[in-house]
Design a protein around this ligand. Structure first.
Ligand code: OSB
Ligand code: MG
Length: 373
């Protein structure tokens, strides 16, 4: 690769069309950390850090990521002559613990830049084989089951192929039941608890077995593989892990312990594309399906997720909603769209990430910027 000689960080503000509630909090006006990498020949690639403003999903926040990138991570990329973007993960992992989302923003940006340089689409460079990826919707916690049902019915109507319902104690069985009744037995439905339960509530979670869910995502603690294994033994419904899978090692632990049967891969959570691909490959060998999760990304982050989801073992619909579900207007052109079959097209006849960043718009939305050389 041609060495990266400049890394520009920006924070933008982008309001979600409506607040998104999970068991641990609510996300509304997003503060988003964008990264622009420039190489010695002047080529640039944009990437996105998926950390939220508050540590309600994982310990990282946009401010910790800013600190990690400027203080410790960017110096490990700037001016370094990497043979391949696959080498960036190791350079960022060495001696620096945690900060996966900060690392991923840089690492994935290097993949984006490498694709551009190779004259290939990001999907092709990664080894993705699909032309289109199947899409589901993640519905935040609503005021009541009726409100959730109307969202779910609408989502089915526009083509989504999987309906994911956010749950928490007190907002679980009635909500899931109402959606299953409204949509009928054929539709793929799942629930995501974002770590809201304890093992002592296993009886309550077991009631969800009645609704033929394709999976229950992350019911227990974010770092807890042992109790998830105990819970999985008590549930018919497959457990899918999200927060708990922070690396290839944790994915191996899940397989060894039987903590779940499906993995939601979010590249930001595991430190980028190399780790995502390694988890993907491990799961493929072990016959564990994976799917691509989402972090309410802008169109930049979405480009990386769509490229990743084009790998062959992404067997289940991803949380890859089109731009218009999140934003009045996205920061890329073309915006991400979904067809009536719930498919998002993978950009393949392009060089790089496949969308163009609207830099004037990004400038208008920028509240801080720092350039590292
Ligand atoms: O657990 O997958 C999650 C959003 C915020 C925090 C955590 C999660 C989510 C989603 C959103 O489910 C998925 C999307 O980007 O559409
Ligand atoms: Mg989740």
């Amino acid at each position: 690769m041609i060495p990266v000689t400049e890394i520009a960080l920006r924070e933008i503000r982008l309001a979600l069309r409506e607040p998104f509630r999970i068991s641990s909090g609510v996300i509304s006006d997003r503060r988003i950390l964008l990264v622009e990498l420039r190489d010695a020949d002047g080529a640039t690639a944009w990437s996105e850090c998926v950390a939220f403003q508050e540590p309600i999903y994982s310990a990282e926040t946009i401010d910790t990521a800013w600190l990690a990138i400027t203080s410790w991570l960017a110096p490990r990329v700037l001016g370094v002559d990497f043979a391949s973007p696959a080498d960036v993960h190791g350079a960022l992992a060495r001696e620096i613990r945690g900060h996966h989302m900060a690392k991923a923003a840089l690492e994935m940006g290097c993949w984006g830049l490498a694709a551009l340089r190779a004259g290939k689409s990001l999907a092709e460079l990664l080894g993705g084989t699909r032309d289109r990826v199947v899409t589901g919707i993640s519905l935040g916690i609503q005021a009541g089951p009726e409100a959730l049902v109307s969202r779910a019915v609408e989502a089915r109507h526009v083509g989504y192929r999987k309906i994911k319902i956010k749950i928490m104690p007190g907002k679980d069985v009635d909500y899931v039941n109402a959606v299953r009744q409204a949509l009928g037995p054929e539709i793929s439905i799942m629930a995501d608890a974002n770590s809201a339960y304890e093992l002592s509530q296993a009886d309550q979670l077991a009631k969800l077995d009645a609704f033929n869910l394709i999976m229950i995502e992350q019911p227990l603690g974010e770092d807890d593989l042992v109790r998830h294994a105990a819970l999985q033994r008590r549930l018919q419904t497959p457990i899918c892990l999200d927060e708990s899978i922070t690396s290839l090692d944790r994915a191996e632990d899940m397989l060894t312990l039987g903590s779940g049967r499906i993995i939601n891969i979010k590249p930001g959570r595991v430190g980028g594309f190399s780790a995502s691909k390694a988890i993907h490959d491990l799961c493929e060998r072990a016959n564990i399906p994976v799917w691509c999760g989402g972090m309410l990304e802008s169109g930049i982050g979405r480009a990386y997720n769509v490229a990743l989801a084009s790998l062959p073992n992404f067997k289940l619909p991803g949380d890859l909603s089109p731009s218009a579900r999140y934003w009045e207007r996205d920061i890329v052109t073309p915006e991400w769209t979904m067809d009536a079959e719930g498919m998002v097209r993978v950009p393949r006849d392009c060089q790089g990430i496949g969308v163009t960043v609207d830099v004037d718009r990004v400038d208008d939305l920028t509240v801080r910027r720092q350039v590292l050389t």
